[in-house]
Design a protein around this ligand. Structure first.
Ligand code: PLP
Length: 480
């Protein structure tokens, strides 16, 4: 072991506070240190190669080690390293706003830059509240979002998040947010065999929540095109069209939280485009720069900015680093590469084989469901395929943390085993991947999930007298 490596390990353990990390798991084990990336691959400090099956964290759309993006950052830093967007502007932010407005659906032409996704979500909620105050409906301030959905960690975004275990230690959070069911058709409480009826039912729960809260108090509904947490829930057919009708009927803003789904993840610039609906606001981040610099954005419709254009008005909101020149320059280079290299086309042309390759894993007893769209999939693991019986907390802990995460990584696949809802393996590789990488993902999963299945077999099954699938997904109305 080199002295450098030893130093990094020691310093990581002594000083680096990692995000969402159980530090005790590294008490007797090395912190995995990644040092380099090239294309779809990451390399650790020992030189071992991993396929980046999660695009870092749903970020690295164009993969790693691109000189054009690194050079765009360097050139901008040399020219103008910093200038805020507080009453001033700089060329790359202006050009990027122009480009994003052109890509965004309908009249989503107003782009407010942030440093990341959570800030974009905060911004959208604040805009919704402020807009209704300026337009004579000052009571409209509440937000509706979906069970198990993740929208960020700042207190507003966390309040909108539907994961009670991530929230309780920070209560009280920002009040006035409410949860409705998500579109997990695999565990649908009704209409599970009829996607359209299920979609209509799930969308109608938003209307029920608005009625329950009082339409004149509800400002916005925050939905991801494909919900990530819980393991990739695509919208059933007609879902977003019905949500749009409901939002129009009750004068509630539809916020499409595309922090993961925008910029090619689903084969289109925006998820709303893929599923054919018109949001009032899109929040985005991550893939906008493919991770070569941090950036987020809230894209709002013309009508939402209009009241702020009146004499003396302003949106009293901003971030020092929102729209940082280096980040916006990188985003421009990133989007240029998307066009020149036909990145969206690559996703669309490989999507069907990606899906069918993963679906073959369904012959494994532990694989209950494979779902997702584009280059974004979740594989739900079950104890019993016939009854969809899931693992209890302790079993899930042993299976995911005790075995799967480590075994997949060991086998050279960086991805995520997650149990924020029911246990799933999440996949979201760089958009430059092709059949070779897809085959590697599937072969690695087959090997590791086969072993996981053997371990799961040793776990006790329910007697069958229990009410079926103990999905830990909360369908109920969890508040805040
Ligand atoms: N919204 C969604 C849908 C996300 O997936 C995330 C992060 O994964 C966020 C918001 C928060 O983004 P950030 O971590 O950049 O603050």
């Amino acid at each position: 072991m080199s002295a450098d490596y030893e130093h990094l390990q020691r310093a990581a353990k002594d000083h680096l506070w990692m995000h969402f990390t159980r530090h005790d798991s590294y008490r007797d084990a090395d912190v995995p240190i990644m040092v380099r990336g090239e294309g779809a691959y990451l390399y650790d400090a020992h030189g071992k190669r991993y396929l980046d099956g999660l695009a870092g964290l749903f970020v690295s759309q164009l993969g790693h080690g691109r000189e054009d993006l690194a050079e765009a950052a360097a050139a901008q830093a040399k020219e103008l390293a910093f200038m805020p967007l507080w009453s001033y502007a700089h060329p790359s932010a202006i050009e990027l706003a122009d480009k994003i407005a052109a890509y965004a659906p309908g009249d989503l032409n107003r782009v407010f830059f942030t440093s990341g996704g959570g800030e974009a979500v905060e911004t959208a909620w604040k805009l919704a509240k402020n807009y209704f105050k300026l337009t004579g409906r000052p009571m409209k301030h509440k937000v509706i979002s979906r069970a198990i959905a993740y929208h960020g960690t700042t207190q507003g975004a966390l309040s909108i998040t539907g994961l009670p275990l991530l929230k309780q230690q920070f209560e009280p959070l920002v009040p006035s947010t409410f949860r409705v069911p998500n579109t997990n058709i695999y565990r649908a409480p009704q209409h599970g065999d009829d996607p359209e009826a299920f979609g209509r039912w799930a969308a109608d729960q938003i209307a029920v929540a608005i009625e329950n809260e009082g339409p004149d108090t509800v400002a916005a509904v925050f939905l991801e095109p494909v919900q990530n947490a819980g393991g990739c829930f695509p919208p059933p057919p007609g879902y977003f069209q019905r949500v749009r009708e409901i939002c129009d009927e009750y004068d509630v803003l539809l916020v499409s939280d595309e922090v993961i789904c925008a910029f090619g993840r689903l084969g289109h610039m925006f998820g709303a485009e893929r599923y054919g609906y018109q949001p009032d606001i899109i929040t985005c981040a991550k893939g906008i720069t493919s991770g070569y610099a941090p950036l987020g954005a809230m894209i709002a419709s013309e009508r939402l900015m209009e009241p702020f254009l009146a004499d003396g008005e302003m949106f009293a909101h901003g971030y020092t680093f929102g729209g940082h020149p280096v980040s916006t320059a990188v985003a421009l280079a990133n989007l240029r590469a998307f066009e020149e290299e036909k990145v969206l086309e690559n996703v669309r042309s490989n999507e069907a084989t990606f899906r069918s390759t993963l679906e073959r894993l369904k012959d494994l007893p532990i694989v209950g469901d494979v779902r997702g769209d584009g280059y974004f999939y979740g594989i739900e693991l079950v104890k019993d395929k016939a009854t969809k019986e899931t693992f209890d907390d302790d079993e899930s802990e042993r299976l995911l943390r005790g075995f799967l995460s480590g075994a997949l990584f060991e086998a050279g696949l960086y991805c995520r085993a997650d149990d924020r809802g029911d246990p799933v393996v999440q996949l979201s590789p760089p958009l430059i991947c092709g059949q070779e990488e897809i085959d590697f993902i599937a072969a690695t999963l087959r090997e590791v999930l086969t072993e996981a299945g053997k371990r799961a077999d040793l776990m006790p099954h329910s007697s069958g007298e229990e009410p079926a699938p103990g999905a830990r997904a909360a369908w109920g109305a969890e508040k805040n």
